[in-house]
Design a protein around this ligand. Structure first.
Ligand code: MRU
Length: 337
């Protein structure tokens, strides 16, 4: 299967090329981002999204902080700050920018642009490799004939490789297992139905889309064997921030005795955040709920609660799959960064 590339260097190497995910599944449109503002806008509006992919886009985007030179470190810092502020919850974005700033500081005399380009390419390539390793660890949790439920999009569209949660499914299928996937549509912006169902269909994997609130019924009818989702930030105690609705899914899964697995690369683990209570949750605009796709679905002046993510407590998670290992409670990630 041809790998989807949500983020890459542009053909002329002067920009960042993204697959505009706002237009999927209807249209497959690639755009070249030329400035840091373009990159911030693409991340903020979810043209590029998913924790690892925004880390990669942020790193590549920092190389576009135009006209900088060795003496213009402040310009780079302020560009990094602008990019970092676009989406606060995903650990990968701040992590990637820290890496970029660290190599910039250590670049002593070499071309800053070349050093930054090299590091951003490493971040992309490492993510691709981590996805593969997550897939191999995660596939071991998926039995032949499994009916798997996933939430949001934690696939190739969200990463530099084959995904995180979906990587486990892709590798299981590569291994010859039969897997059927149930895809939460994922309110309000439908990353499940627009993106995950598109990806799985493209890969020839059977996928059924459901409204998020139908997951409980499927589980009560014993039609789901396991759930697997991605993560935006994993606290030191194993609490996981992921797309809004993951927490509700985890409660429902626990109630029905269905294991819920989380898959994420080491760049999503945040050892400096002790528990999920410390994770900053991005709040998004009211209009995403009132008229997300241009159709009024609530009174135009309705008050709205629209957090992009929620926190699933560690005790509702059966295992966390990283590129290094499969962790089970009590979670100890001391080898993870
Ligand atoms: O708002 P999004 O679409 O960026 O949210 C994405 C998710 O919540 C994913 O599950 C998470 O980033 C992991 S992607 C491998």
């Amino acid at each position: 299967m041809e790998l989807i590339q949500p983020v890459a260097w542009s053909a002329d190497e002067c920009g960042v090329r993204i697959l505009d995910q706002r237009q999927l599944p209807g249209r497959e449109v690639y755009r070249d981002l030329r400035t840091v503002d373009d990159v911030c806008d693409a991340i903020r509006t979810l043209a590029v999204r998913g924790a690892p992919a925004i880390g990669i886009a942020g790193a590549m985007g920092l190389t576009l902080a135009a006209n900088y030179d060795q003496g213009d470190h402040d310009r780079l810092l302020s560009a990094a700050e602008r990019i970092r502020a676009t989406r606060p919850t995903a650990a990968n974005l701040a992590w990637a920018l820290e890496r970029m700033l660290a190599v910039a500081t250590a670049s002593d005399g070499r071309s800053l642009r070349a050093v930054l380009r090299h590091e951003a390419t490493r971040i992309l390539n490492e993510d691709r490799d981590m996805c593969r390793s997550i897939g191999e660890h995660g596939a071991a949790l998926i039995p032949d004939g499994a009916r798997v439920l996933t939430h949001c999009n934690a696939g190739a569209l969200a990463t530099g490789g084959m995904g995180t949660a979906l990587a486990a499914i892709y590798v299981a299928v590569e291994q010859g297992k039969r897997v059927e996937v149930f895809v939460d549509e994922t309110r309000p912006l439908l990353q499940g139905s627009r993106l995950t169902a598109w990806e799985l269909t493209r890969a020839g994997i059977p996928a059924t889309v459901l409204v998020d609130s139908a997951a409980a019924t499927l589980m009560r009818e014993q039609k789901i064997d396991l759930c697997i989702v991605g993560a935006d930030r994993i606290a030191a105690n194993g609490d996981v921030a992921n797309k809004i609705g993951t927490y509700a899914l985890a409660i429902v899964a626990r109630h029905h005795g269905v294991p819920l697995y989380v898959a994420a690369p080491t760049s999503t683990f945040d050892a400096t955040t002790a528990t999920g209570a410390e994770i900053v949750i991005e709040q998004r605009s009211a209009d995403e709920v009132r008229c997300g796709f241009g159709v009024l679905t609530a009174p135009a002046d309705a008050r709205v609660f629209n957090p992009a993510f929620d926190v699933t407590p560690a005790d509702l998670i059966a295992a966390i799959v990283s590129d290094r290992a499969v962790y089970r409670a009590p979670f100890d990630f001391s080898d993870s960064r």
